[in-house]
Write a new protein. Sequence first.
Length: 157
Amino acid sequence: MFYRYHDSPTGRLLLAGDEAGLRMLYMDLETRHYPLPEWQEGSPLLDDVARQLDEYFAGKRQRFDVRLNTGGTEFQRQVWQALLEIPYGYTTVYAELARRIGRPKAIRAVGTANGANPISIIVPCHRVIGSDGSLTGYAGGLPRKELLLRLEGAIEG
C-alpha cells in the first residue's frame, strides 16, 4: 500500500492506494490509525489524485477520473456506486439512495454503508442529507460537509 498526505481546504487528507486503485481518502486524521508501518510513501496514482483534488477545490473539476479499490461488502459497494451517480451540485436523501439500489426499506443500512465510505469527497457521501433538508452525520464533521456542499453550489451561502 502506498500513501501520501495532501493539504486541502477541508484540512490535511490521507490518500492511500495500491496497484488496483485508490483505497482510502480520509479527512479526520485525528481518529485514524494510519498509515501503517509497512506502507510506502508516494506513488504516481496518489499524485494524480492530489492533482484532481486541487482542481476540484479550485472549482475546475466536477467529476473525478480515478481508479477505485474500495473493498467493502457487496451491499456497501452498491451504496458507494449509487453515491458516485449523484451529480455535482445536487443532494439526495437516504431513502432515495435506498430506492436507487433496489432496497427501499434498507434506509438505515444505507446510512451505515454511507458512513463507512473509505473514499470521501471522490465517492461523494457528503451529498446525502436528512429527509428534512438538514445536514446530517458526516465522518469528516458537519463543517466539512457544509464546506463541500457550498463549494459545489448544492447549498446557499
